[in-house]
Design a protein around this ligand. Structure first.
Ligand code: ATP
Length: 270
């Protein structure tokens, strides 16, 4: 069960060029994660401590996991992912144990990038309720921070965490020596959306007159993940019609379908 809580990928397939609309964030992640892995001597020579941990925050589906995978891939590091929710366990000491296992695995496989998604599950601000569950989560978090402290002697391990709920985080984890490099990953603007649509249609047979910019204009508030589903959905319309090319009209229909689905789920949420 322990091994199942972690996802290990020796060479994730994501490359920087697969990530659209967040060039600045790609640059920042490379600086914080790639440079210290590839060129640790440079930090020593200049006398600068590389950031201990990188925290990516922003709405769901904006490319945070992709960023972590891409940087692992491009530095030939092992990618080890753990969901924060997996660290919340029923039995006392189980969460801390998983954290120790996580770092142990990383040092066996270094260079390695540890990615902890949904870090808020173990690092939310403490509430007033002093239930035993809270205390256990707190211990797990302390274990994580103490593993991070022991880092420098461990060599080539970098740690990236992600959250959609930055406002809920306990500030203790943001102190120097902890997650001290914050990178916000927003939803894409119109230019970013255009770029992401181009990326996701790279292997798709699209009509010559398809106008990505015009499409992107209409897709306000779409995340990268939404754009990926939209593209697939548009392709499905072409297939159903037994056409070989995906057209602007297919995208329009896909958009209507996605927006109708969203409206009905909004309604049922009310
Ligand atoms: P969550 O917070 O829900 O875990 P995330 O920010 O980690 O989301 P990813 O898992 O990286 O999001 O993205 C999900 C999928 O959406 C990707 O596999 C990709 O297909 C698409 N996607 C998201 N953002 C981008 C982007 N900036 N460029 C290209 N594709 C993107």
């Amino acid at each position: 069960a322990r091994a199942q809580a972690m996802e290990v990928d020796e060479s994730p397939e994501v490359r920087y060029e697969d990530i659209g609309g967040i060039d600045e964030q790609v640059r920042e992640v490379r600086e914080a994660v790639e440079d210290p892995l590839v060129n640790p001597g440079q930090f020593e020579t200049v006398g600068v401590e590389p950031p201990s941990g990188v925290l990516l925050h922003g709405p769901p589906g904006t490319g945070k996991t992709m960023l972590a995978k891409a940087v692992a891939n491009e530095t030939d590091a092992t990618f080890i992912k753990m969901a924060g929710s997996e660290l919340v366990r029923k039995f006392i000491g189980e969460g801390s144990r998983l954290v120790r296992d996580l770092f142990e695995l990383a040092s066996e496989r270094e260079p390695a990038v540890i990615f902890i998604d949904e870090i808020d599950a173990v690092a939310a601000k403490r509430t007033d309720s002093k239930t035993s569950g809270d205390a256990e989560v707190q211990r797990t978090m302390m274990q994580l921070l103490s593993e991070m402290d022991g880092f420098e002697d461990r060599g080539e391990i970098r740690i990236i965490a992600a959250t959609n709920r930055f406002d809920m985080l306990d500030e203790a984890i943001l102190r120097p020596g902890r997650f001290d490099r914050l990178i916000e990953v927003p939803k894409p603007g119109v230019e970013g959306r255009t770029q992401i649509l181009r990326i996701h249609t790279q292997d798709m047979n699209v009509a010559d007159d398809l106008d990505f910019e015009e499409l992107a204009e209409e897709l306000d508030d779409y995340s990268g993940a939404d754009l990926a589903s939209l593209t697939t959905e548009a392709g499905m319309y072409a297939i159903r019609d037994e056409r070989t090319e995906v057209t602007q009209e297919d995208f329009e229909q896909a958009r209507e379908k996605m927006e109708a689905a969203e409206e009905s789920s909004d309604r049922s949420a009310r």
